[in-house]
Design a protein around this ligand. Structure first.
Ligand code: MG
Length: 203
């Protein structure tokens, strides 16, 4: 399966990181070995420093598709959750500065924790989903998918021109503002609406 991720898809996050607003979706992949499920702990790698959380709405592809028009995209996913795009920020910044790919800074083992998937029929309108992240009981990120620069359906149209989407692939749709550093013993709880879907600790 593929883990497809969107960068710079919320204006406030572009501003906090000093990027211009993108004119087309910014896409990168994580390997399947990055996936972390069932609320398993995340172990801070000892060879990386300044590891950041990025809470994101994640959709799961339910059907094979290629070159999917945005108006039909909703037929290709039916479950949603929240995941954390864990990022080695210092390494990523060094790579960006040098004009090099940031794959390693985004794709190391365990860098894609995901919550329990909720049927969209239960979660509601994909373009109007509240989500948030609490660390040690304090809300650090809070947004709504209506603030996405590129909507989920637009992203699917764009990405599926390049990559055939397969059942079980997942898409991290981008993070809002409020990203920050993870510390040992942090407890992360991510919410879709009021429902906690992901709850894990940093070790
Ligand atoms: Mg991200």
């Amino acid at each position: 399966m593929k883990i497809i991720c969107l960068g710079l898809n919320y204006r406030q996050h572009c501003i906090e990181t000093g990027w211009q607003f993108p004119v087309e979706p910014v896409v990168f992949l994580k390997p399947d070995s990055a996936l972390l499920k069932n609320n398993k702990p995340f172990f801070l790698p000892d060879f990386l420093e300044n590891i950041h959380y990025e809470a994101e709405v994640v959709v799961k592809i339910s059907k094979l598709g290629k070159s999917i028009a945005a108006k039909y995209a909703s037929r290709y996913y039916n479950e949603v959750t929240v995941g954390i795009d864990i990022t080695a920020r210092s390494l990523q910044n060094r790579q960006i500065k040098a004009g090099l790919p940031w794959d390693l800074a985004k794709g190391f083992d365990g860098s894609a924790p995901i919550g329990t998937f909720i049927p969209l029929s239960e979660a509601g309108n994909i373009d109007n989903l509240d989500f948030s992240l609490k660390i040690n009981g304090k809300t650090v990120q809070e947004s709504n998918t209506s603030d996405l620069i590129f909507s989920v359906d637009t992203v699917i149209e764009y990405v599926s021109k390049f990559y055939t989407l397969k059942t079980g692939d997942i898409i991290f749709t981008g993070t809002p503002s409020g990203v920050g550093k993870l510390n040992k013993n942090d407890n992360l709880v991510a919410y879709l609406g009021n429902k906690p879907v992901l709850d894990f600790v940093i070790k």
